[in-house]
Ligand binder design. Structure first.
Ligand code: SF4
Length: 472
């Protein structure tokens, strides 16, 4: 059967054919950073990170810009078979105590470098499962952070929640602490799919939590979904899309499942024969896009939808979108401090990543060192390409003049090869190459990371590409 994405709404391109989708469906990064994390090198370590943090701490006459802080809690009680996150599966909740002690040490080292009381405009708890921690442990962490930083009025304070680990009472506690944004990991409501991925959480359970979150005044409620999971069909997933739309989350993130069992051990427990084929995946994606738009959601880009009055949708309309490790954001690009095992940070023209294993993470901190094990100092070429890639990913447009002025290059000669490559995409209707700009079309917006990948210097061989998930 030939699947195609047919428009039911003015925001969709008239016909985004499966032929077009498949033609440009190569593995590629999601560009939450550029260069992507696989390019980080061990030659960049704790000392380099410390230097970058200290330099940024002293910046500017009007004081340094506010920080974003990401905190990684790696623990989960049971494994979801599709999981590609850095996590530790354990039922031993006492393990959290040692972890919080280590986080406290790490936080102190960071504060020593950037200075005490730095303003924070965005604080995010991710994992793993942050709600693996008890209420008392989350309170402890929160007061440590409040002691170290100064949360700006109106700061975004968000947490990822595994619905199986919280009750309404726990949501009350999170809200009282100061969390104002919450993200529920749903993936799919179909019982057969939930069984196949070892994550059972009935619709009614999530519905009760979302209603409670709304009553409690969380300003933004997000739902994560995944298509391409075992036992999913276009029909079953359309039902999940309708159920989620009925719950009216402010934002929806829709991710494609990438089956990479050689890299991610839990995925070996997924039955290959139960995975949907390419045509079904295309039909699911098309059905989800059409379904969410029909239910009043705006398509933000790549894998995000939002209600039209949500700040993300407003920022999209006004050309103010940004992209960071959590995906699309309304927060201007700034320094991001990553805390916890495997956390990634961005400071000035550098990225860094902490140790991925707990023993290594603990070991560094016991020696009084930042647990940074790799990173990268961006070259001029990296900074230029990052600007182009992020402009494509966030605004769907690159104006040559602004890039030329900021980076002192001539776009047409510097990117001659890339522009020649883009000609194929222009012929397919994904981009328009104007005399002084590249404009992503409505159809191209659905394949924008394939467009951005053209400018990725590091992504030259297919071998490197295979490390990433496919675009569809
Ligand atoms: S998907 Fe989330 S909850 Fe499930 S094992 Fe991975 S990190 Fe834990």
């Amino acid at each position: 059967m030939k699947a195609s994405i047919t428009a039911t709404n003015a925001e969709l391109p008239p016909v985004l054919s499966d032929a077009l989708l498949r033609r440009f469906d190569a593995p590629g990064p999601r560009y939450t950073s550029y260069p992507t994390a696989d390019r980080f090198v061990e030659a960049f370590g704790a000392i380099d990170c410390l230097r970058a943090l200290s330099q940024r701490g002293q910046r500017g006459a009007s004081g340094p810009a506010p920080l974003s802080v990401y905190l990684h809690i790696p623990f989960c009680e049971s494994v979801c078979y599709y999981c590609a996150c850095n996590k530790v599966i354990t039922k031993h909740h006492e393990r959290a105590v040692e972890y919080l002690d280590a986080l406290e040490l790490e936080l102190q080292l960071v504060v020593d470098a950037v200075g005490p009381g730095r303003a924070v405009s965005q604080l995010h708890f991710g994992g793993g499962s942050p709600t693996f921690l008890s209420d008392a442990e989350i309170s402890r962490l929160f007061s440590l952070l409040k002691g170290a930083f100064q949360l700006k009025p109106g700061a975004e304070v968000s947490i990822e929640v595994d619905p199986r680990t919280v009750t309404v009472e726990r949501l009350v506690h999170l809200r009282q602490l100061g969390f104002n944004r919450i993200s529920f990991g749903v993936q799919d409501f179909d019982a057969a799919v939930q069984q196949a991925v070892h994550r059972i959480q009935p619709f009614e359970q999530v519905q009760a939590l979302m209603l409670a979150a709304r009553r409690l005044g969380f300003e933004s409620i997000n739902v994560d979904l995944i298509y391409g999971l075992p036992r999913q069909t276009p029909q079953s997933f359309a039902h999940t899309v309708a159920q989620v739309s009925g719950l009216r989350p402010d934002r929806i993130a829709l991710y494609a499942y990438a089956h990479l069992p050689q890299r991610f051990k839990p995925q070996r427990r997924i039955v290959m024969d139960e995975l949907p084929g390419a045509a079904q995946r295309v039909a699911m994606l098309g059905g989800a896009i059409a379904g969410f738009i029909a239910h009043g959601y705006s398509y933000i880009g790549m894998d995000h939808f939002a209600l039209p009055d949500d700040s993300l949708a407003v920022a999209k309309r006004q050309g103010r979108l940004h992209r960071n490790f959590q995906g699309y954001s309304v927060q201007p690009d700034g320094d991001l401090i990553g805390l916890g095992v495997s956390a990634i940070g961005r400071v000035g023209a550098t990225y860094y990543q902490n140790a991925k294993s707990l023993p290594e993470y603990y070991d560094a901190l016991r020696q009084g060192l930042l647990p940074v094990v790799r990173g990268i100092a961006l070259t001029r070429d990296d900074l230029l390409r990052r600007a182009v890639i992020m402009a494509l990913m966030c605004q769907g447009r690159v104006d040559f003049e602004s890039v030329e002025l900021a980076h002192l290059i001539d776009m047409r000669s510097y990117f001659a090869e890339e522009l020649a490559q883009l000609a194929q995409m222009a012929a397919a209707g994904l981009v328009e190459i104007e005399p002084g700009a590249i404009q992503v079309t409505a159809a191209g917006w659905f394949l924008v990371r394939a467009v951005a990948a053209v400018f990725d210097r590091h992504l030259r061989t297919d071998q490197q590409r295979e490390r990433f998930s496919r675009v569809i």
